[in-house]
Ligand binder design. Structure first.
Ligand SMILES: Cc1ncc(COP(=O)(O)O)c(C=O)c1O
Length: 450
């Protein structure tokens, strides 16, 4: 980035953010500036990236991947890699542990029992030696819970999407995904070599435009709850259009299985469209607090995918230890519907508290709440201020979300107490007020840089 310095930097190699404050030059750049490089050496981008990274990491990128010192409970100790100091007792709104199941004592016991029986890893692909009895127990119980004929387990949620989409669709077919579809859905499209198109987020008329131009095999990809925005797919309208144009539908319910619907089966159940949707995908890494993913569907579909999903066939099975923990977490989920009731009370409280305080949370209607900052230059500084005040939240900025749509991605859990929610809402509001991101109690937006 050496040449560009002279063009873009203010005095002293700094530039101004929109509040007039000088920020390090490195913060003008992001990962996208280092994707393509000139020259013939495949390592050609390493030095410029390293130069940028050394400058930008302390300015805010260090906020990613901070080492947590224990389980992802509602209060966590985090090592600040900039200062080396462990920040204690931060209120955790960053983990996906929506039902607080990852560290439940019964889950830990199941994990310990499984260690004694199975040891650590599965030691093989699921189609060879890596399928253990506990995998079948989990798949059977999941199929019963989802009300589907069969379930196929995958090592991660990511690998389900990649394996299923590329396992089913071929060059010359058409895949149309919601523009906010998760990277794993997008990577599945790319790997399949099918023609890939996106429709504007939740805009059914745009989906229709993309489908109607095409003769041949068609697949539409949606999420139940969108992972960065927390809003919900317009399932009835999408199903209607897909049926009209003969397109199959895949729904990724990573953030909505075990949460939405009368029985917790997801957004498809919530809308009463479970039979109309062809492929139901989910992960064990969010609400059940484990790792791995699944697809639920007909026997014929699952049997075909068992043969053609390369991300499953050519990868080791989920560790039996983790699988046993997931199985116990699923049993707890089924036995304790009050967990979901508590989660929804918590979601309602936090959504209302933030909205009443004038904090922008987009169109979220779920436990995934984007705290919209829309200030790409200052989001890291605000993240540091939140941590300083006792809140653990992860910043999300371009290229993970569109430019000028930077945010903190908040996760609410059934495990949060009322006091923790109140404290969290109060601190977040006051930090955002200090930065002029939301109005003060007098209604004014006062832009200070904190
Ligand atoms: C919508 C969606 N699908 C798939 C995944 C991947 O799941 P996993 O982390 O279990 O691999 C994620 C992860 O965040 C997600 O948000």
């Amino acid at each position: 980035m050496g040449e560009k310095k002279a063009d873009t930097a203010g005095p002293g190699g700094m530039f101004n953010d929109r509040s007039g404050k000088q920020l390090p030059l490195a913060m003008q750049y992001d990962y996208t500036n280092f994707y393509f490089g000139a020259g013939d050496d495949a390592f050609g981008m390493l030095d410029p990236f390293d130069e940028w990274w050394k400058d930008s990491k302390p300015s805010g990128y260090y906020l990613y991947g901070l080492p947590m010192q224990g389980s992802p409970t509602t209060r966590v100790d985090i090592r600040n890699t900039k200062t080396g100091k462990v920040e204690t007792d931060l209120l955790n709104f960053a983990s996906y542990n929506y039902l607080g199941l990852s560290y439940r004592p019964e889950v830990k016991e199941a994990v310990i029992e499984a260690v004694h029986r199975y040891g650590n890893g599965a030691s093989g692909s699921p189609i060879l030696s890596g399928s253990l009895e506990v995998h079948y127990e989990l798949a059977d119980l999941m199929a019963e819970f989802k009300g589907k004929e069969a379930v196929l387990l995958f090592p991660t949620g990511y690998s389900v999407n990649v394996g299923v989409i590329a396992g089913l669709m071929r060059s010359g077919d058409l895949i149309v995904a919601d523009q906010y579809a998760h990277a794993s859905l997008v990577d599945g499209m790319i790997l399949s070599k099918a023609n890939s198109r996106f429709f504007r987020h939740n805009k059914v008329d745009d989906l229709e435009r993309k489908l109607k131009r095409y003769e041949g095999k068609k697949l539409v990809l949606i999420e139940g709850v969108y992972s960065m925005d927390g809003d919900v797919a317009l399932v009835p309208d999408i199903v209607e259009v897909c049926q009209r144009y003969g397109a199959r539908i895949l729904i990724d319910e990573a953030h909505s299985t075990f949460i939405y619907g009368k029985n917790g089966r997801g957004v498809a159940e919530h809308f009463g469209f479970e039979d109309e949707i062809d492929m139901h995908i989910g992960t064990f890494s969010k609400s059940l607090g484990g790792q791995g993913g699944f697809i639920a569907g007909s026997h014929k579909l699952i049997n075909y995918l068992r043969g053609f999903s390369r991300s499953r066939t050519f990868s080791c099975g989920i560790s039996p230890v983790v699988t046993a923990g997931i199985l116990r977490a699923l049993e707890i989920f089924l036995a304790e519907p009050e967990l979901r009731t508590k989660l929804w009370e918590n979601v309602e409280f936090m959504q209302k508290s933030l909205r009443d305080a004038g904090v922008s949370v987009g169109d979220s209607e779920s436990q995934v709440i984007p705290i919209m900052i829309r200030d790409d230059a200052r989001i890291f500084e605000i993240g540091e201020a939140l941590m300083h005040e006792g809140i653990y939240l992860n910043p999300v900025k371009y290229p993970a979300v569109p430019k000028h749509r930077s945010r903190f991605r908040m996760s609410i859990s059934a495990a949060h107490s009322q006091e923790e929610l109140e404290e969290g809402a109060r601190i977040i509001t006051s930090v955002l007020q200090r930065y002029g991101i939301c109005p003060t109690s007098e209604g004014a937006i006062t832009s200070t840089t904190g």
